[in-house]
Design a protein around this ligand. Structure first.
Ligand code: ADP
Length: 218
């Protein structure tokens, strides 16, 4: 087995991650202390094992330190989540991503050196709220609290214009990094490309600049 990914806790979130990995063709070790969960994932994960992840010896016997990336998705039992994270970092697992249940949980995980802390419902709610309140933005990736990449469909206002004419960098301080046209994507588009109906601009920049571009530029 190519020791890449392990998921500990096969509830709604952890279970969904195992399914995604499996569909993407990645090897994944699925771990839960509940045998019913293990059986549910026996045919989905590369390997599904019943184990208590708060037991250091059990983690050792699974060779957990050889995995590149471990996702801890234990929500309800915060104590187990914390202890598991501690053991994984002590074992030297490079990337430990952990689902947090609340702000206190988040703080402790941060102190323990969790490499990424995820709040699935909160993160998704933020995403949906942002997409709903912005009429033009089709999708976005938050790069940091201040920077994002957004996808915006061109409007009548700019159809037929070139990137040079729009002068987005000078006027708004953001950069058009790609144009999606049907199934094609033109990365680093040339400046004299003429925008067509249904083109989607992929734009990177500071959030406030992107907002201004969305309001005034497209
Ligand atoms: P979700 O909200 O994503 O459904 P849950 O907190 O309900 O997540 O699910 C957590 C899963 O983690 C459960 O299936 C539970 O059996 C498992 N789990 C909890 N503690 C441990 C542990 N110490 N070792 C292994 N699995 C655990």
């Amino acid at each position: 087995m190519n020791k890449q990914y392990a998921v500990i806790g096969l509830g709604r979130f952890g279970g969904s991650i195992v399914r995604e990995f499996s569909q993407m063709g990645h090897d994944v070790l699925a771990i839960d202390r509940d045998m019913e969960k293990v059986n549910e994932f026996a045919n989905i994960a590369t390997q599904a094992v019943q184990a208590n992840s708060t037991d250091e010896k059990v983690l050792q016997s699974l060779g957990i330190r050889n995995f590149n990336h471990v996702i801890v998705s234990i929500g309800e039992d915060i104590q187990s989540s914390i202890l598991t994270t501690l053991l994984l970092k002590e074992a030297g697992v490079k990337k430990v991503w952990v689902k947090a249940q609340n702000d206190y949980h988040h703080k402790v995980l941060e102190k323990l050196g969790a490499d990424r802390i995820i709040h699935p419902e909160r993160d998704m709610a933020l995403r949906v709220a942002q997409l709903i309140t912005s009429e033009k933005i089709i999708d976005f990736i938050e790069l940091s609290h201040e920077h994002s990449i957004v996808e915006i469909e061109v409007s009548d206002k700019i159809i037929g214009r070139t990137l040079t004419e729009m002068d987005v960098r000078a006027r708004f301080g953001c950069n058009i990094v790609a144009i999606k046209r049907g199934d094609d994507i033109h990365v680093s588009p040339i400046a004299d490309v003429t925008l067509q109906r249904h083109d989607i601009l992929v734009v990177i920049g500071r959030n406030e600049d992107l907002n201004r571009f969305e309001e005034e530029g497209v």
